[in-house]
Design a protein around this ligand. Sequence first.
Ligand SMILES: Cc1ncc(COP(=O)(O)O)c(C=O)c1O
Length: 444
Amino acid sequence: MTNDATQTNWPFLRGRQPVIERAEGMYLYTDDGRTLLDAAGGAIVANIGWGNARVADQVARTTRDCTYVVPPWITPSRAALVRALETHWLPPGLRRIHVTSGGSDAIESAMKLAIQYQAARGEPGRQQIISRSVSYHGTTVATTAVSGHTARKRGLAHVLQPHPTIATPYPLRCPLGRHHPDATRFYLDNLRETIETEGPGTIAALLAEPISGSSGGAIVPPDDYWPGVRRICDEYGILLILDEVMTGFGRTGRAFAFQHWDITPDILVSGKGLAGGYAPIGGVFASEAVGRTLADARMNVMFHTFGAHPAACAAAAEVLNIMAEQRLVERAAEKGARLKAELERVFTGHRHVAEVRGRGLLLAIEVVADTATLEPFPESANITNRIVGAALERGVFFYGGGTGEIRDIVCMGPAFVIDDSELVRLAAVLREAVDTATGLSGSS
Ligand SMILES: Cc1ncc(COP(=O)(O)O)c(C=O)c1O
């Protein structure tokens, strides 16, 4: 394997990526006999670990008994998923459920719902979605437009719908100063000014990740940020859509990341961890007020052909039940705290690691040329890919992140079943890989 192994490839299967023959628990097994510790949980989707027979059996049974049924009809696996969601996961205020086939279409459905809701209330002028400067919300044209991700917009900027953008709360790089005590006021003022400049009557919703995913690398806002955002949205009649495609279903040590604060969104969006990587699926969970307003106006949510696919619902229901039975969210909180402490230990005083951050098992490091000025390495140095490549050569797979100026981010999102020896190894390998890629030790 070379550094190229970390690059995405197109056309499909024409690159030099590893060939994975089997996956089990925390590990991936390659065709050339190597075992890789999966510190990324795939694309940060794994929660119960790979190869669970209970989930595989449910998927097989559902495929045999009830292969495909049009999305709005009821099947045993769809009923099981709704039961699991309502019993263990969704707060009572977010039970208008819509099931999609992935994260991007779930985000796009949420954007449509917000615009339809405002139209149903007699405010068709509220058409804009505010989003944030560093963010990622999906691959469709509409979700690419609202993403703050320069690399993924390359060659598209001229066709993407303009939208109001506010600054992502980023304590390390707050313009007032690093972890400045007035950071929240700065970011909330920015939100209020943006709403006033655009005109509140033009804004349908604010769309944001409660804790940033890979674009910013597990950036956690100051504690009083989210309650402040919620108040401002309410004041201006703006819906709050939280993108928990990466953070949802236990990843940050709570069922949903918004539960680290005393707030509830109007629309919650999920994907990835909903079925733990066993099937493609996403979910949109709206408040009763949103649901009833749309229903009264006879506005519907359109399904994709493969939305709520029976096999995907079977996988999700079983994964959600297993996580509840085995108390894996609590485990994500506990192992996440240990992993963060271990990363802080191995990177204390490191010349190129500006910060270890995140919550639960969504963690990241930010790598810079100079920790005093936070100046990044030049893009041409390709630092993130080199770190990920050096770690792969040492048998651990990390998830590269970052965009624009914040380009060198390495994310971690292992399954919640990770044990203490694995997390110690993960941190040690990451240190070696960073040193190798930044030239602090011999090349790989
Ligand atoms: C925060 C966030 N939102 C949306 C998406 C898009 O989801 P999908 O790739 O399943 O379409 C992603 C995917 O990485 C994500 O991390």
